[in-house]
Design a protein around this ligand. Structure first.
Ligand SMILES: Cc1cc2nc3c(=O)[nH]c(=O)nc-3n(C[C@H](O)[C@H](O)[C@H](O)COP(=O)(O)O)c2cc1C
Length: 473
């Protein structure tokens, strides 16, 4: 193998994208089921290192983690991970998970290796045993793990990288360079600086793998956006090729782009789709698109297809605990489900859609920052780098230069989202309550779910979305 470009397959991605949903809601099982149906299955790459070490501490009961780990190209990176985290038979009941160190700018080699391996594992399993397409979703706002995560996913042959939650101008060039096995950099976003120094994140793939496996396939890059202006900026200014767009409406689950007018969305926050075809890139519409009518209408408007989140989050294959899925489905049927657009909850500062569960043991948000994916990076007076999370202990946040206003109403997304997929921490003998993000539109449910049923599969959802409809002109 010589020229990396020979390895850049022209991939025509499918019409239905199962949206990336963190943390591990869109896990390998979900993405694999979607890819096996011929559509694009997307694993979430968010916090994969913690997800892997927790699955290993739970004893990896079905052996999937260890099977994927055995397929990693450099077993010298795998042995220390298994040695440190795998507990045969799983943790003792009620025992808290051991924590890995928090992500930092100068990450240890051990932490980088864990990120590479963890992202490899998720993509490897999602791609195992079929020829369908698998993507990975990462958030621009969570920068510190990005470079090793992308590399791990590429080692497993990921077909597409989808990124939103910010303006991912630098990522296309990073993918080009990683495919050539060259060192890469990302300019670090900081919430405040004291000096003129530019701080960068660096990653050198050759430090982790032998020359025998280079070069790598360059995945397609799809930016998740909510405005045509942003799409245009990305096409013009990105460091490499942006291969398409997912255009998210503000009704979509997860984080949303901030509205133009503070505190409420209006028609002005909706992307002007007519402007997109001129950019010459395929695009997919997301947010309340889960019906054959909307799928066909999206195509009629020039889109390649749709990206669907919430309807896949409900499926049997998604990572959400079955009891939580069942509660949400039941409450929607009883007309008792409220999806809140919470403008304060997320440490990212972006609006975040969530539902409150009935059996919440406490309504007090947990304020212990022990995972740290959403910590803000800032520069101290002396130019050194420090971290603070508005959802962490308030006194510490204020002492580090944060404000009361920023800390108000914040939720620890890291811990809450892990609890939603059954990997929640036990603190002071109590499980941390789940935090569930959700989309506004669940009207698909009536069409998919028979009255006597309480769950459905990925295949059933995809067959429904593909079913024939007559779209009136
Ligand atoms: C549970 C859940 C988690 C999500 N997490 C992410 C995420 O980590 N990254 C991301 O880009 N989008 C995320 N999203 C958005 C989805 O990828 C998708 O674009 C959106 O759900 C589409 O709207 P719909 O929910 O109406 O189908 C999430 C959505 C849901 C429902």
């Amino acid at each position: 193998m010589s020229d990396p470009r020979e390895n850049t397959e022209e991939v025509c991605l499918p019409e239905i994208i199962q949206g990336g949903m963190g943390i591990a809601v869109s896990n390998w099982c979900l993405a694999r089921a979607v890819a096996q149906c011929g559509e694009l299955g997307v694993v979430s790459g968010t916090a994969m290192d913690t997800v892997l070490v927790r699955r290993l501490q739970d004893g990896d009961p079905d052996g999937h983690m260890r099977r994927a780990l055995a397929a990693f190209p450099d077993q010298r990176m795998v042995a220390p991970i298994l040695g440190k985290w795998f507990i045969p038979g799983g943790r003792l009941e009620g025992k808290p998970y051991r924590l890995k160190s928090l992500p930092t700018v100068e990450m240890s080699r051990e932490d980088e290796a864990l990120l590479i391996v963890a992202n490899f594992v998720e993509v490897y399993l999602a791609k195992e045993g079929h020829g369908g397409y698998v993507g990975i979703n990462l958030l621009e706002k969570i920068q510190l793990p990005t470079l090793p995560s992308l590399f791990g996913a590429m080692l497993a042959g990921v077909d597409a990288v989808l990124m939103g939650g910010g303006i991912p101008l630098a990522i296309p060039g990073v993918l080009d360079a990683l495919a050539r096995m060259e060192p890469v950099e990302l300019k670090l976003h900081m919430v405040s600086t004291a000096t003129e120094q530019a701080h960068v994140l660096r990653f050198d793939p050759t430090q982790f793998t032998s020359a025998a496996i280079q070069p790598l396939k360059r995945p397609q890059f799809l930016a998740v956006i909510s405005s045509d202006v942003l799409a245009k900026t990305l096409v013009r200014k990105a460091s490499g090729s942006v291969d398409g767009f997912v255009v998210e409406h503000y009704t979509a689950g997860g984080h949303n782009a901030p509205p133009r007018r503070e505190g409420a969305y209006t028609e002005r926050d909706v992307c002007n789709i007519e402007k997109l075809p001129a950019l010459g890139k395929p695009f997919w519409l997301a947010g309340g698109c889960s019906s054959p009518e909307r799928f066909q209408a999206a195509k009629a408007a020039g889109a390649r297809g749709i990206q669907v989140g919430t309807a896949f989050a409900c499926t049997e294959e998604s990572g959400i605990l079955p009891a939580i899925k069942a509660e949400i489905i039941q409450r929607y049927r009883q007309n008792d489900l409220e999806v809140i657009t919470d403008f304060h909850a997320s440490p990212t500062g972006y609006p975040f859609k969530r539902v409150e569960l009935k059996e919440q043991t406490t309504t007090e948000p947990c304020r212990v920052c022990d995972l740290g994916y959403l910590r803000h990076v800032f520069e101290k007076e002396d130019g050194s780098i420090a971290y603070r999370c508005p959802a962490g202990p308030t006194a510490r946040y204020l002492a580090n230069g944060g404000t009361e206003e920023e800390a108000k109403g914040k939720h620890c997304l890291c811990n809450g989202l892990l609890a939603t997929i059954g990997l929640g921490q036990i603190r002071d003998g109590q499980p941390i309550p789940p935090l569930v993000t959700w989309g506004e539109d669940m009207s698909f449910l009536e069409a998919i779910l028979e009255p006597q049923d309480s769950s459905y599969s990925v295949e059933r959802l995809i067959n429904y979305l593909r079913s024939e409809v007559t779209v009136s002109a």
